[in-house]
Design a protein around this ligand. Structure first.
Ligand code: FES
Length: 585
């Protein structure tokens, strides 16, 4: 192989003269600079070929490869490319851009632009689909970066992820799509470079969830003329009740076709609260995240997206079936008794304005479930809306995370986390619909807060407001460093408190937490915790509530970080490849 050729004399059409045919035959393969790109020129089987010299997989120089029988093989991971067109035999590697080559008057010329049929936006959209089909993180990362560079709005790759995830997983909506929804929700809170990481995070989790799974075959809508939202809602709940997924899906699709959005969402939230705390709260969380994701990608995707939730509803474990909800106190019975009177309670509270009584928050965090349910039922009778109650219960749930004792078993972080994300989902749902059924979600969440009480024994202190003369940026630097070390849970909480004391900008805190989150291999729960914390911060009305909202996810992150940062390494490689930087020197 020759060294990169300096003979870059240009023809009138801009193409670059490589050398005489004899020279190129003699020196093949050769690397030549063309318009700032190193191009590998090969003589093979009486023809001349030119491709980008960087292997599209991870940048190994293709002039170091081997051509045999029309196939160029990269020597690093052995990706193979058809030499005349650059198409790969190995989708994980991607096609290598090929350049036009001409022989004129005994000289070999390489055209200045690679031969591509598709625009960058089209090409990266196509690659994203391949990356998801093959579950290839590097291809997904390159595609997300390529789409962003091509000026494609983030809603496009999110839409691709939703369509893919709701088509290629028989069991439907799961953690991957929920992560994608979480990432879509926090995009605006992130630094521009981390928005790409957020999309990569969501999309790779969707791809991973679908890998090896059978696809989904949907049921059609009923051809009924005008069943109306009330009857459809009744049919839907009845089908979910008897765990008939096909029947429920047909009704749901009918509702999407014939009812307005609020009626469809109300139907889903009602079914998700007909039993107690379905699937450790995941079912209602998935429903809420699905409708939130449709805010980003458009209601025209509702049909398949919402149909994918049905399995989670019909197959869910109902918490009244669990001994923890029956013994030593029959919590399920207490709740079902309250739900029987719900319509009357709501009617009694109609037209009244509710203000939380003194000690209401303390009652929610107390150790008597009867007192908690009594406080909630009294509030409903006094006119408390679902949102007003959900706000207080969500704050109580965030407090359990903010005060989680680090002497607990590590896995118990999940317990307080599930309650918090469930309460957050209920709270967000109440902002979309005033369906009476959502009071049940509020009561369920409050009962979970009660169940989690031992995990605050002793309670970790929530940093009280104080004074500091430290610069907010220095505090954020410390916070990121804290995430670099294991076990700095309480330090992370204190630093967030100090950031409040220093009067720092909340946008900076969120962006920094986003940075800390997306450089790690953060799991489903950690990603959810941060999104829920940000949502809780926005909903909070007092300084104390806002502190708790941000202390909780910061402590959760610190408990789960650092990680190996494998995804970040993949993302960094993708960035370097897409920008033309050499990955392999
Ligand atoms: S196969 Fe070429 S760099 Fe991996």
């Amino acid at each position: 192989m020759s060294e990169p050729t300096p003979d870059d004399s240009e023809a009138e059409d801009g193409s670059v003269r490589v050398g005489t045919t004899e020279e190129v035959i003699e020196d093949s393969p050769m690397a030549v600079p063309v318009n700032g790109t190193a191009v590998a020129v090969f003589h093979h089987e009486d023809g001349f070929h030119a491709v980008d010299n960087r292997c599209p997989h991870m940048g190994f120089p293709l002039t170091e490869g081997t051509v045999e029988d029309g196939i160029l093989t990269c020597h690093w991971h052995h990706a193979r490319f058809e030499i005349s067109c650059g198409n790969t035999f190995d989708p994980w590697a991607d096609d290598v851009p090929n350049y036009p080559v001409e022989v004129r008057d005994g000289d070999v010329y390489v055209g200045v632009d690679p031969q591509r049929d598709l625009s960058p936006a089209e090409r990266w959209a196509e690659r994203l689909e391949t990356g998801m089909e093959e579950n290839l993180d590097l291809v997904v990362a390159k595609s997300v970066i390529g789409l962003d560079d091509a000026g494609v709005a983030p809603e496009e790759p999110i839409r691709t992820g939703v369509e893919f995830g709701t088509t290629y997983r028989e069991d439907g909506w799961s953690s991957g799509l929920t992560i994608l929804g979480c990432m879509a929700n926090v995009l605006d809170d992130l630094r521009p470079e981390d928005r790409r990481r957020a999309l990569f995070t969501g999309l790779r989790h969707v791809a991973s969830d679908c890998a090896g799974e059978p696809p989904r075959f949907g049921q059609p809508a009923l051809e009924v003329d005008d069943a109306g939202p009330e009857r459809l809602k009744k049919w839907f709940r009845e089908n979910v009740e008897v765990r008939d997924a096909d029947g429920a899906e047909r009704v749901l699709r009918t509702a999407v076709e014939t009812c307005d959005r609020e009626a469809v969402e109300e139907m889903l939230f009602a079914a998700a609260t007909d039993h107690i705390y379905l699937n450790t709260g995941h079912t209602l969380d998935f429903v809420n995240k699905a409708v939130e994701t449709l805010d980003h990608v458009g209601w025209d995707r509702a049909d398949d997206a919402l149909a994918s939730l049905v399995t989670s509803l019909t197959g869910a474990t109902r918490s009244e079936e669990l001994s923890s909800w029956r013994q030593p106190v029959d919590l399920a019975e207490i709740l079902f008794d309250a739900y029987e009177d719900l319509d009357d309670m709501v009617a009694e509270g109609e037209g009244r304005e509710w203000t939380p009584p003194e000690g209401f928050d303390d009652t929610l965090l107390s150790d008597d479930p009867h007192d908690i349910v009594d406080a909630l039922t009294t509030a409903v009778r006094e006119g408390a809306t679902t949102t007003e109650l959900a706000d207080r219960v969500c704050h109580a749930a965030a407090t359990r995370v903010a005060q989680f004792g680090t002497s607990n078993e590590f896995s118990d972080w999940n317990t307080v986390h599930h309650t918090f994300t469930y309460a957050n989902a209920v709270r967000q749902a109440t902002r979309r619909t005033d369906a009476t059924e959502l009071y049940r979600g509020v009561f369920d969440a409050a009962t979970n807060v009660y169940l989690d009480r031992f995990l605050n024994t002793p309670p970790a202190p929530i940093p009280e407001p104080g004074e500091t003369d430290r610069d907010p940026d220095a505090i954020l630097d410390d916070l990121l460093e804290t995430f670099d070390q294991e076990g700095e849970v309480d330090t992370a909480g204190s630093l967030v408190g100090e950031f409040f004391d220093a009067g720092g900008e909340m946008a900076d805190l969120k962006a920094t937490m986003g940075r800390g989150l997306l450089r790690e291999d953060a799991g489903f729960h950690t990603l959810q915790a941060v999104e829920a914390g940000f949502a809780q911060y926005e909903a909070a009305e007092t300084d104390h509530d806002r502190r708790v909202a941000m202390v909780a996810p910061a402590r959760y992150m610190a408990a789960h970080f650092p990680t190996r940062r494998e995804a970040e390494q993949t993302f960094t490689i993708a960035e370097r490849l897409n920008s033309g930087e050499a990955v392999h020197e």
